[in-house]
Structures are given as C-alpha cells and as structure tokens.
Design a protein around this ligand. Structure first.
Ligand code: FMN
Length: 253
C-alpha cells in the first residue's frame, strides 16, 4: 500500500509512480486527514509512505500518523520523502517511530523534486520543474525495483548539521512557523473556494467570499501555490516568488 501526503503534488506524483510500478493500492493521506477517517491501514504488501520534507523531517501530522495509525497485514514499512534538496536526519526519526510501532523498518529515501517553499524560494518555471521531475524518475525507478524485491533502501543527503536541523530547528519550526498566522488574502481573490476545498486539514472556511484561516494549518502551502489568482500570501514573503504545482503523473490509476 502506497500512502501519500502532498501539498503541491510532488509526493502524489512520486506515489502514483511507485503504486503503478509496484502494482499496489494508492491511499491519499490528504483525504484521510480531511475526512477525519480512522487511521487504520491493512495491506498484504509493504507500506510505502510518501511525503514531503518540512524543516528536515516529515510534517508533524504525518509523524503523528506513523505514531498512532493501525497498520495490519504486512509489517514492512518504507518512507520515501520528496524534498527540495535536504532531508537532514529525517530517515533516523522515521526509523525510530516505525520500530517503536513494531514495524519492520525497510529504509528511507529522499527524492529531489521542485521546492515548493514559496516563502523563501523562487518557484521553478515550467521547464525547470520539468527537468527536475525528469531527473527524479530514475531515482523513483531504482526505489520501485528495490521495494518490489523486498530490499532495504537508503538515500540520505549529507546535510551539514543534520542532527541540529532535524532535532532542534524542526521542533522550533513546528512550534513557531507551521501556521497560517501571517497569511493574507489580496483583492485578486475571486472567491472560487479552491483553497478551502484543497486544504487537507480544513483550516480554511469561506466567509463573505474570502478565505478565513483557522489554527490548524500544517504549512503545506497548497492554498498559496494552488490559488489560481495568486491571491494568498505569507505577508511580505511570498508575493514575488511565483507559484508551483506539480503536473499530474501520467498514469491510469
Ligand atoms: C513548510 C515547508 C518546509 C520545507 N522544508 C524543506 C526542507 O527542510 N528540506 C527540503 O529539501 N525541502 C523542504 N521543503 C520543500 C518540499 O519538501 C518539497 O518541495 C516537496 O517535494 C513538496 O512536496 P509536495 O508537492 O508533495 O507538497 C519544504 C516545503 C515546505 C512547504
């Protein structure tokens, strides 16, 4: 079973590729989070969790799923993380969480995809994004072959100060920055409601035709990047950085 979470589509792209290659079922953790469904997963094949990296670890809500979800059937679990470039010690944290649950740890791999960190990075143009996605495909192929063969995987970057970034900066990021406190909506908003419809944690409600943000944001930046009018911003940070959404993976699933 391939379980994915995504803000801007990279992890869904990777997950769809893997599910197709492994001839396995695809489960959207966005839908699970959004619906509040019970996190109980049964699979006879290994679990493959595909998620973006946020501040050198998995998003807190995805770590929470690893901590609390019921996994039955197979005991094997892999984590594949899509990222702009640096995963820090993410794999070590995933390994610890999974082993604590009595799961058989089969390894971690980061896969470089376009960065969607719109508060600090310029979003890639179409051609740059296409090239980065094309370069990710052979990495995903190698992972699919290894997972299909039941082999362990390991691909961690050599982030300098990885221990500090994942162990110290990540909890600070979750505490102080993973929220929508500074989100603003410009007059360009056309009240389409796509932001609210997408938000995986129901952090957005439409009031008087404008999105209103609550206190549940997990900073996936889906609303900011997916807004057709680029009307949502983190005040003073994302206005001039463009927007990015991954094109859909071309497959039939
Ligand atoms: C809040 C936030 C924090 C991020 N932190 C990192 C990071 O520490 N290292 C990294 O390489 N990329 C980081 N990124 C970039 C994403 O991990 C990357 O673009 C990912 O592929 C997005 O996946 P998605 O399209 O499935 O949401 C971050 C993105 C966001 C939104």
């Amino acid at each position: 079973m391939v379980l994915f979470f995504t803000g801007t589509g990279n992890s869904e792209y990777a997950a769809r590729f893997l599910a197709e290659a492994l001839e396995d079922k695809l489960v959207s953790l966005n839908e699970v989070l959004k619906s509040g469904a019970k996190t109980a997963f049964h699979s006879e094949k290994p679990f493959v969790v595909v998620s973006p990296i946020y501040a050198w670890r998995l998003p807190q809500r995805i770590e929470d799923i690893l901590k609390t979800a019921e996994f039955s059937g197979s005991r094997d679990i892999y984590v594949v993380a899509t990222m702009g470039g640096k995963s820090g010690n993410c794999g070590k944290y995933c390994e610890k969480l999974c082993k604590k649950r009595g799961l058989e740890w089969k390894g971690f791999s980061g896969v470089v995809m376009p960065s969607n960190y719109v508060v600090a990075d310029s979003m890639p143009g179409e051609e740059e994004a296409r090239q980065t996605l094309e370069a990710a495909l052979p990495v995903l192929k190698i992972l699919a072959v290894a997972i299909k063969a039941g082999k362990t995987i390991e691909k961690t970057d050599k982030t300098p100060a990885a221990g500090f970034l994942s162990g110290v900066v990540n909890p600070m990021f979750n505490h102080f920055a993973a929220n929508s406190k500074n989100f603003v909506v410009s007059d360009a908003c056309v009240s389409c409601g796509q932001c609210a419809a997408f938000c995986p944690v129901n952090n957005i409600t439409m009031k008087d035709g404008k999105p209103l943000f609550d206190g549940k944001c997990m900073s996936c930046f889906g609303c900011i990047n997916r807004c057709p009018k680029a009307a949502i911003n983190v005040k003073g940070k994302s206005e001039n950085n463009g927007r990015y959404v991954c094109p859909p993976y071309p497959c039939k699933t």
